[in-house]
Design a protein around this ligand. Structure first.
Ligand code: FE2
Length: 275
């Protein structure tokens, strides 16, 4: 559903000292929307790469009740387009209420009416961005008593009503499955696999009996297995490694990209070439 394809990295400014090495081994690159636009911030050297690029946002909050496309956002989206961004993603969630923001994602209430409303917001975002939009599954620690749909029913309804793609974060899914005792493989089987634009993979932390989406540790062996299954059963066109800050050495990040490439080659070899 977009030109964004292959094995990639979610780029961070802390990778600048080995960016050339990274550029040589990936097909595509994801950049952080809020950290990159307006252009001129630290880390935007990656905009000069010849690779296909997606912008990943944290704060657009397409599920919030008072979602609106502000003029300032239109300018930033135009700047992203002008800098070669072909795909915009954020989370199926909201992280702000009124003027208050939190560095986390609130769960949606899973009803048909909410799916319809949020799909309308996503369609408005795609219209403003003038590019494909994909929505990621955040970690959801709690179900709400008013939920009337399963998570995959809700996600599929939003994707099809908005006619948008999904970023399936297999680490988030693994965390949810462990914390809430469900089968992540069944979850993937229940998704509309043709809607999956790309996959995220990352590490997680253990905290007081729960798993937490920390992006600061090595990818777990069971998450690699889940990624392998997701690539084999969905239409995902790309896989992206998320590593925050410099939580790993250059060699660890390069070796995780090697693993990613080997899993990719089992399913999609030849469908994307290194730039
Ligand atoms: Fe993610």
């Amino acid at each position: 559903m977009s030109e964004f394809a292959g094995v990639g990295i979610s780029y961070r400014p802390e990778f600048a000292d080995f960016q050339q090495r990274l550029a040589e081994v990936v097909d595509c690159v994801e950049i952080l929307f809020e950290g990159s636009f307006p252009v001129g911030k630290e880390g935007t050297e990656v905009l000069g790469w010849p690779h296909q690029k997606a912008a990943h946002a944290m704060t657009l909050s397409p599920a919030r009740a008072d979602f609106q496309i502000q003029p300032e956002l239109r300018l930033l989206l135009a700047e992203a387009r002008d800098n070669g961004i072909v795909l915009l993603s954020d989370h199926l969630s909201y992280s702000s209420v009124g003027e208050y923001s939190v560095p986390n994602f609130f769960s949606c209430t899973r009803t048909a009416a909410e799916a319809d409303r949020i799909a309308g917001n996503i369609a408005a975002l795609r219209e403003a961005a003038q590019m494909n939009v994909a929505i990621e599954n955040p970690v959801t620690f709690l179900s709400q008593p008013s939920d009337a749909m399963s998570e995959t029913q809700f996600v599929n309804t939003v994707l099809n009503t908005a006619d948008c793609g999904m970023v399936l974060d297999v680490n988030n899914l693994y965390i949810d499955a462990k914390n809430n005792s469900f089968d992540p493989y069944d979850y993937i089987r229940s998704l509309d696999g043709d809607r999956i634009a790309y996959l995220h993979v990352a590490g997680h932390a253990h905290y007081r009996g729960l798993l937490v989406d920390s992006h600061d540790s090595n990818v777990d062996a069971e998450v690699w297995q889940l990624l392998d299954f997701a690539l084999g059963t969905t239409g995902a066109a790309a896989v992206i490694l998320e590593r925050d800050n410099r939580s790993a050495t250059e060699e660890v990040i390069m070796s995780e990209l090697d693993i990613l490439r080997s899993i990719w080659n089992r399913h999609r070899k030849g469908t994307a070439c290194a730039a």
